[in-house]
Design a binder for this molecule. Structure first.
Ligand code: SF4
Length: 246
């Protein structure tokens, strides 16, 4: 089975593909790449190809075996809409999602341009929360427009790692925004004002706001261990989720 997740806003991970290639600034210190290196070194099944994009058909049935309603983060170790994953394989993934309405699937991509094309031929299932990464203006903003074109039940933005002030966001038809700073030794800093601006925009627009973490740099602009920087923004923990009504 998929392992228990340590991602704050989900319950389990399901990786029907593994591996990826870098597409934008947010990929620079890719956590999945580091993990794939480690898992290969440990001889973990499924990581024989390290970080090379690999279909994992033997994992397709994992959610079918789990009866308990579960929130799955799909592809913590890959990008489901990677250009090397054929539509026919995506169909298999979405067949499983359709067959397991008891579960919720959170799918996050940086290949947002593929979303409207794929979902032209197939309805996005109601138990999918579909999201795009918005780490900066150059790569992130256009992804939101692609996401908006898909008739997903919940549309969300993962603004992580937040690398600059992304300015005024168009949050129409967006239900949830997650903001976080980068972790790790080489973490790039996130400024308090950048995160607060997004929080304020979400409040104004009535969009659920989740502040995941500061990461490697604190609210005071000092670099230290992630655990010491906490999860408070402006003196408060922001743990809001979108309202789901199916
Ligand atoms: S898209 Fe995601 S998984 Fe792929 S390289 Fe970038 S950060 Fe890593």
């Amino acid at each position: 089975m998929a392992s228990t997740s340590d991602i704050e806003w989900t319950e389990q991970t399901w990786n029907p593909t593994t591996g990826c290639t870098k597409v934008s600034a947010g990929c620079k210190h890719c956590y999945a790449e580091v993990m794939a290196n480690r898992l290969q070194a440990m001889g973990t099944p499924g990581y024989e190809n390290n970080f090379k994009l690999t279909l994992q058909p033997s994992r397709l049935n994992q959610p079918l075996l789990r009866k308990k309603a579960t929130i799955y983060f799909v592809n913590s170790m890959s990008d489901l809409f990677h250009e090397d994953i054929p539509d026919s394989y995506l169909d298999k993934v979405f067949d499983v999602i359709d067959l397991t309405p008891q579960h919720t699937y959170q799918i996050l991509t940086k290949r947002a341009d593929r979303l409207p094309k794929y979902f032209t031929n197939r309805k996005c299932p109601p138990n999918v929360w579909l999201g795009v990464s918005v780490e900066d203006i150059k790569h992130g903003i256009r992804r939101i427009d692609y996401l908006r074109q898909v008739n997903a039940h919940i549309r969300f933005l993962s603004v992580e790692p937040l690398l600059e002030d992304v300015g005024k966001l168009n949050l129409s038809d967006i239900h949830w925004v997650i903001v976080g700073g980068e972790s790790g030794h080489r973490a790039r800093p996130m400024k308090k004002e950048w995160a607060e601006s997004i929080r304020d925009q979400c409040e104004d627009a009535g969009v659920a706001f989740f502040f995941k973490q500061w990461g490697g740099w604190g609210a005071d602009g000092v670099k230290r261990a992630k655990a010491h920087n906490g999860r408070e923004l402006s003196g408060k923990v922001w743990d809001n989720y979108p309202v789901v009504s199916i």
